[in-house]
Design a protein around this ligand. Structure first.
Ligand SMILES: [Mg+2]
Length: 126
């Protein structure tokens, strides 16, 4: 059983990801911005994070950087999958140093999500 954290400021986007990931039988936690995500990561055992990039309060880049730099081990190594409509090549040119493990581009599908999860957390995809 996996705990997934979905971080996105748009309610419908979170709902969509929750629906698509249902076949995984994971427990979904939700955050509207990076600040909420950080609070949840301190409270709950999260196995994988789906992180939107553009959010108010604290965006996905700031949040991922914060997790990688400020959190103690092992939380700082929590797999983080970026959610973006950006072109992946440009994205990684600009942001590869931030600490994302994988990039998921829209439109989302269960196949793409399973692929992403298996890349970052092999033990959860079985
Ligand atoms: Mg957003």
């Amino acid at each position: 059983m996996a705990n997934i954290l979905i971080v996105d400021d748009i309610f419908v986007n979170r709902l969509l990801l929750k629906e698509i990931t249902k076949p995984l039988n994971a427990t979904c936690f939700e955050a509207e911005n990076g600040k909420q995500a950080i609070e949840l990561l301190q409270k709950e055992k999260i196995d994988v994070v789906f992180m939107d990039i553009e959010m108010p309060v604290m965006n996905g880049l700031e949040t991922t950087k914060y997790i990688r730099e400020k959190f103690p081990s092992p939380i700082r190594y929590t797999p983080i999958i970026a959610l973006t409509a950006h072109n992946p090549a440009n994205f990684f040119d600009d942001f590869k140093d931030v600490g994302f493990d994988y990039l998921l581009t829209k439109p989302y599908s269960i196949e793409k999500i399973k692929e992403a999860i298996s890349k970052v957390t092999p033990r959860l995809s079985n």
